[in-house]
Design a protein. Structure first.
Length: 72
């Protein structure tokens, strides 16, 4: 059997760690990502319709903040 030298294991372990860090999100995270994306679209729509500092855009900005706070 081929043995891997200890110094060769470090990059392997580091690669595995990075892979686990960026592994696909569970479905609950996917739901959060969808809600955040929807809130961002809603904010952009209100900015396009009423202006960046309009009351409508501010309301959607607060909603986006709430969704982000709830999801993370």
């Amino acid at each position: 059997m081929h043995r891997v030298a200890r110094s060769n294991k470090i990059p392997l372990v580091a690669t595995l760690g990075v892979w686990l860090l960026f592994a696909p999100m569970p479905s609950c995270d996917h739901d959060c990502a969808s809600r955040i994306h929807r809130a961002e679209r809603n904010l952009q729509r209100e900015i396009d319709r009423h202006g960046e500092h309009s009351p409508q855009a501010e309301q959607k900005r607060h909603e986006l903040d709430d969704v982000r706070r709830h999801c993370h």
